[in-house]
Design a protein around this ligand. Structure first.
Ligand code: BT5
Length: 225
């Protein structure tokens, strides 16, 4: 199980997590939660809007040898989705790291790894709009979900997925994830110019697209537009 450590306003829970690991001040089974972030970040250093009231958390773990950090992005999405479902909210998972609700972004996941003192550390940052969201995104303001209730359920779900993952590998996670895949079997356009039908993810989490000529294209890095 995880030790939960609460903070008020921080720069970024992911950044704080690595600082605390370096200083030897947290165990590798902790969750850092903040009320707000001054410089919350997404991938490629993009801004994550982080006003008070939403959920900003970072799970601190040791990344076991031969496990892939990217697998945890799918695993965490499944755990967020199942937790939302327990509150009656049906979400979809947008490759590679977003949670969508009513066709808009509700949550994002940022996984970072760093080797410190010969240990591979993984920090899984999750931002979820419980009460407010930027104009283009969406929140759960109408649902009145308490942050601590969400976190408690999330930890249970995450831990049980993690056990399954350790026993059976990525296959279980992949099957679960694709059941809620956003735009599955629909036409999509990617940031790298590729377009086609979103068919699946493969056994390492790459996106599989069928293009106009019927060829399968494997996409490792890009965004769905
Ligand atoms: C993500 O990045 O979606 C990962 C976000 C992870 C945030 C958490 S909060 C706790 C932890 N500490 C951190 O500093 N980060 C993690 P990406 O796929 O790059 O998406 C970033 C984009 O999402 C931005 O460029 C905006 O378009 C959009 N965005 C920003 N803030 C948002 C919000 N609150 N809700 C929905 N979309 C947002």
């Amino acid at each position: 199980m995880f030790d939960i450590i609460n903070f008020g306003k921080v720069e970024s829970t992911n950044k704080l997590a690595f600082k605390l690991i370096e200083e030897g001040r947290i165990s590798r089974n902790s969750i850092i939660i903040a009320d707000s972030q001054i410089s919350g970040r997404g991938r490629h250093d993009r801004v994550w809007e982080s006003p008070e009231g939403n959920l900003y958390m970072s799970l601190v773990m040791r990344l076991q040898d031969n496990f892939r950090a990217t697998d945890y992005s799918f695993l965490a999405a499944c755990a967020v989705g199942d937790t939302l479902k327990s509150f009656g909210i049906e979400s979809l998972y947008k490759w590679p790291n977003d949670i969508m609700f009513r066709n808009k972004k509700l949550a994002g996941i940022l996984i970072q790894t760093e080797n410190i003192n010969q240990i591979n550390n993984m920090v899984i940052g999750i931002g979820l709009n419980l009460v407010s969201a930027p104009q283009y995104a969406i929140s759960l303001s109408e649902y009145n979900i308490k942050r601590d209730d969400f976190v408690e359920k999330f930890i249970k779900s995450f831990s049980s997925y993690d056990l399954e993952y350790q026993q059976f590998g990525f296959r279980v996670i992949r099957n679960k994830w694709r059941q809620n895949c956003y735009k599955l079997n629909e036409q999509i356009i990617l940031s790298n110019g590729v377009s086609g039908i979103l068919r699946d993810i493969d056994d390492t989490g790459n996106l599989l697209i069928v293009d106009e000529l019927g060829n399968i294209q494997k996409i490792t890095v890009a965004e769905i537009l």
